[in-house]
Ligand binder design. Sequence first.
Ligand code: BJ8
Length: 428
Amino acid sequence: MTDYRDMWEKLGIDLEAHDGLLEVLPPIYEEHILSQENRPEGMGYFDFVFSEVHGLRIQELVEHKRKGGIVAGTFCTYVPEELIVAANGICVGLCSGADVAIDEAEKYLPRNLCSLIKSSLGFKLAKVCPYIESCDLLVGEATCDGKKKYYEILGQLQPLHLMEVPQMKLAHDVELWRSEVRRLLTRLEELIGRKIQEEELREAVSLINEKRRALLRLEGLRKSDPPLISGRDALLVSQIAFYDDPRRLIDKVGSLCDELEERKKRSEYIGGAHRPRILLSGCPMALPNWKVATLIETSGAVVAMDEMCTGIRYFDNLVDEEAQGMEGLLDAIAARYLKIHCSIFTPNQERLEHISELVEDYDIDAVVYYALQFCDPYTIEAFRVQQALEREGIPFLYLETDYSSEDVGQLSTRIQALIEMVAARDKT
Ligand code: BJ8
């Protein structure tokens, strides 16, 4: 085992609190991920990355900075990764999926705020996240009210650039968003002290598109019935994609997909038989949040698709690589990101249509809607999603929860009832 304590100390990590965090992660991982049977061998890489989550990858970030590169942290799939990569940067996702130092965070934030925001601040205040401590710049985005007001506080603790995200998609909103993409470019250029060249941006676009293609290939394999991979493993791959090296990730996701295709030829499935196929939809599930996915899959179903920002919303749609010149590329980047159907937009008919398409394409039996408590955009939009699905006769289960495990029993009962109902329908 490599000793990273010196590196963590230099980053300003509170070693004692950090030790406590590292002690609780392995049993969580064992319970939710390693306990699954017949996992593809290719998942071994992702297990390794998780085991080194605060070690090897942080060492790479430190080394990258030592050679003159930058690290930028983000909290939303709306922040264009291509710009950070073009600035010789590494982009790391900072959303957190576990309650850490919530009491401390609640000294700054109201109690009735979603777990994702409170725990993100908790990690910063407790000094247990070497990712955020490695960042030269945080890039926030004015999406939901909770996040944009939270960034005012976070910006007092670390340099932060805030992108304005429009709330509608009218012509002037498109213009606003294009100008925000350029404003981020300028901020990054100030940070690195030089202009970003068209060739650098073009290379970054091509690399991040490649990452999306790799993840989309894996999504395609989730259409298999019986399933070739569990929803939890697919979620883990996507969660790791937020901070792993893109080139290495492309390679490892490619090998995993090759293996799954070989397994398909041998009719080797996880579990071996048809299971009710669930689409998980709603708020993102950042590492190490597998609570609901585990409850679904240990109740005899499979999560066959995630309509979440830690799922398809993260890597759907490519940037147009044929775009001409720097301005063309920036507009193409803006256009791709504006296709993310986050519930902060109104109206958000495209999200409803996207969910219906996914239900059809992935042969989904039921939708489980995952909303974090106090998340207005997703809790409110659940009504329209339910309406749309009911019109199509698709069973819908609304779950409102947080990061604690107190409601596991109650959630499990409701999920089991849904799955039994779907299984009974399958038989008739
Ligand atoms: S593009 S989903 S990553 S904003 S859960 S913090 S919405 S109160 S995360 Fe998101 Fe970007 Fe949208 Fe995706 Fe607010 Fe809701 Fe909390 Fe949320």
